[in-house]
Design a protein around this ligand. Sequence first.
Ligand SMILES: [Zn+2]
Ligand SMILES: [Zn+2]
Length: 130
Amino acid sequence: MAQRMTGGCKCGLVRYQGIRLAVPMFRCHCRDCQQLTGSGHSDMVPLAIEGFVISDTVKTYEMPGGSGQSTFSGFCPNCGSQLTRNSQRMSDRIYVHAASLDNPSSYQPEKSIYSGSAQPWDEAAIIKEQ
Ligand SMILES: [Zn+2]
Ligand SMILES: [Zn+2]
């Protein structure tokens, strides 16, 4: 069953919608996520790139990913809310930040990635693999 998810930024300028991809939701503790969010980690929900729609008001920041291919961070140019993350390497998907969903309680993370980069004050947030 396709699960449609909708969300947007704090001020309402940027809205998106897409279909949930059947891969785990996760928490990322990498340094990029720390800097971009100003917190200890990102909480990410994978959506299919096919059928994903976002307002063309979104602004995208490009940065080099670990593999040498580019990674993109999508955010609202008005209120600064972080909305999306995607990469050239994983071109079938786009991740949305869990708290930007209209129904953020639908976020059910299954794992942490880059937990070795977690800050000491954020180690309590690391999700141990079952
Ligand atoms: Zn906004
Ligand atoms: Zn990250």
